[in-house]
Design a protein around this ligand. Sequence first.
Ligand code: APR
Ligand code: PHB
Length: 389
Amino acid sequence: MKTQVAIIGGGPSGLLLSQLLHKRGIDSVVLERKTKDHVLGRIRAGVLEQGFVQLMEEAGCADRMHAEGFTHDGALISYGDEIFRVDFTRHTGTPVMVYGQTEVTRDLYDARERAGGRIAFNVEDVVIHGADSDHPHVTYTVGGEAQRLDCDFVAGCDGFHGVSRQTIPLSVRKEYEKVYPFGWLGILSETPPVNHELIYANSSRGFALCSMRNDNLSRYYIQCSLSDSPEDWTDEAFWEELGRRIPQEYAGKLVTGPSIEKSIAPLRSFVTEPMRWGRLFLCGDAAHIVPPTGAKGLNTAASDIHYLYSGLRAFYETGSETGIDAYSARALRRIWKAERFSWWFSSLMHRYPDQSEFDLKMQIADLEFLRSNEAAQKSMAENYVGLPY
Ligand code: APR
Ligand code: PHB
């Protein structure tokens, strides 16, 4: 089999790239390790920057998002029983879109299938050959049958645990990592959200986040120990703990119900450099991970895809290699800013096991400054809604 761009990974990064390339008549094949249902069964974040919304519009996949998504102009931040609002739209002129990543991925799959896109599921033993040559190819198996895909370029969109990053030699690759000493226990419940905007809470008992997917589907998180497992938390215990971490005026309004999904995610900051090796380009979680506090995971994947799509489009339409040569440096400049914001917001909102009384005083002072200072709020808002591509 032959294509112009081999895309490893059928998550949001791979699918968005495939759809954008298709819109410009550039052929791709997506190789996905799991089934479509498995990919769509993953519960992930739900805050989209305007840059992502515009990419989905360019891909022709934004209709349902605009119909069912929610535009949010701000979010609440609480510490103890203190609470204040950061108005994103007033500070930046830009809101964010609240629309589940699962729905984004579903819309992208629907678009690829409508366009007759080639997606292979249940692929195994993926190996990238000749990435540092002018004629790379990918081998893999489906159902035990060996396959070969010849291509011009390989887009590694296979997430943190994929094979693409590992294909770049350690002598070429440099990795940066910070592992946080806690996790997020998240639940999904078919209950009305406690508030129409998100609530980020820093309490003496730890972080909590009140989010949503729609008017009757709420998404809540509480900071938990890395030694916890979802089975350690009954629904009742979760609701009680959440109610103790958010301001009482909201705790009293919590509508509880059975969890339809309950999981724990570890928090990590991670970046690998460079994001290109020969004709292999890393995108999204394959290259970088952020703690979910700033909702930057999908949004940094989006800007990677924007830069790579632009470079590949220029290559095929004009022969210019300027865009693909600039890809890694351009993507990393924006990624590191998102890493910094995600680290800063995580440091501001979580209680750390080794936090001293002085550290806590600094955290509260940071929160008081953010609460009272226009420039601080504008800075946070600009990072939250998304820095320019
Ligand atoms: N071969 C083929 N597919 C693979 C392989 C492999 N060796 N390894 C992983 N995959 C697939 C996974 O099954 C997954 O569907 O690659 C896909 C990677 O998708 P994501 O992990 O969602 O990464 P990405 O598309 O970059 O999206 C980033 O998704 O995970 C969230 O927090 C993340 O919001 C961010 C966004
Ligand atoms: C979510 O709705 O899942 C969500 C929202 C904002 C975040 C993280 C997760 O910062």
